[in-house]
Write a protein that binds this ligand. Structure first.
Ligand SMILES: Nc1ncnc2c1ncn2[C@@H]1O[C@H](COP(=O)(O)OP(=O)(O)OP(=O)(O)O)[C@@H](O)[C@H]1O
Ligand SMILES: [Mg+2]
Length: 299
């Protein structure tokens, strides 16, 4: 059983505080890190991957201080960055071999075995001789996970891996992550609520550089049961509803505005009760309506 412990992590870029004293403890399995654009997800992922130092705080992996001993983490890490940048005109096969050497898999037989197995697992074996630069978005993401899994990592970090994938590719990618996520620590950073709902038994919401909610998706969703109300309103009535009620989300449905309200008592006035989903947990948390000290164990 592996364990990643983050303690009071702070990272600033000039005057921007991207991470503001974050503490988290994560064990084996898929962990979802959900947050809006600019929340600090990639900063946290890069800092855990030891690609950039924090300004303050500690990170331990299996008890070892990885900021002092980055090699301990790097030899156990698989990292799928949000953006690879330029894709080389090298075949998937030779690029994986090259990356495997960089990861220290120097024995040719062992390397071939692992590279071939990963190409099979990511359904890329039939296109292994094609240049990665010709791959579609979904194929690139699957290639990304293949390279992240080289060397049997104990910790896999995937930063927004499903952004831009069609539903079929997303499902394929989910299946892949799910397979690897059973025995190691996998951190999935995303702004897509369904990714976390579908995959992660444990999660946190990051916003403005702070963890605003932490817990199990099912329990967090349960905590909204009986407290969520919906009403379809005219466009010009939205503002009045926002003034009168604790509106956590306004959405369009078939071209009409729906307001979602969090209230412990029945609002009446045409509101109907609805069953909460994880998306509403996300909106409620971002709205400040769910207090972490009440719902979550922040370690
Ligand atoms: N290299 C950098 N230099 C200066 N500011 C940065 C840098 N990287 C990130 N930031 C800022 O830090 C904050 C957090 O950015 P970060 O990329 O970590 O967020 P994110 O949650 O990954 O967002 P996204 O969902 O858009 O990928 C933002 O305000 C961003 O503008
Ligand atoms: Mg990011």
């Amino acid at each position: 059983m592996s364990r990643l412990q983050i303690h009071q992590l702070t990272k600033r870029y000039g005057t921007v505080t991207a991470l503001n004293g974050i503490s988290l403890s994560i064990s084996n399995g898929m962990f979802g890190l959900l947050g809006p654009n600019g929340a600090g997800k990639s900063t946290l992922m890069r800092t855990i991957a030891t690609l950039q130092p924090p300004d303050a705080g500690q990170i331990l992996f299996d008890g070892t201080n990885i900021l002092r001993q980055p090699a301990f983490l790097r030899s156990r890490l698989g990292y799928l960055p949000q953006d690879f940048g330029v894709y080389p005109r090298t075949s998937a096969l030779s690029l994986l071999h090259h990356l495997a050497v960089l990861k220290g898999i120097t024995h040719a037989g062992e390397r071939s075995e692992q590279v071939d197995a990963l190409l099979q697992q990511t359904h890329l074996y039939h296109v292994r001789k094609q240049s990665v630069s010709t791959f579609s978005g979904g194929m690139r993401q699957r290639f990304g996970i293949a390279q992240a899994l080289l060397g049997n990592p104990q910790l896999v970090i995937a930063d927004e891996p499903t952004a831009g994938l069609d539903p079929l590719e997303r499902n394929r990618f989910h299946d892949l992550l799910c397979e690897v996520g059973e025995n190691i620590v996998v951190i999935l950073s995303t702004h897509i609520v369904e990714d976390v709902h579908d995959l992660c038994p444990d999660m946190a919401i990051l916003s403005g550089g702070s963890i605003i909610l932490r817990g199990k998706p099912a329990e967090l969703t349960d905590s909204l049961r009986g407290r969520l109300w919906r009403k379809t309103v005219e466009n010009n009535a939205v503002a009045a509803h926002q003034q009168a009620w604790n509106v956590i989300s306004v959405r369009l449905s078939a071209g009409r505005k729906q307001v979602f309200v969090l209230s412990d008592t029945e609002p009446g006035q045409g509101f109907e009760p609805i069953a909460p989903g994880l998306e509403m947990v996300y909106f409620a948390a971002l709205d400040g309506a769910m207090r972490p000290e009440k719902e979550a164990v922040v370690c």
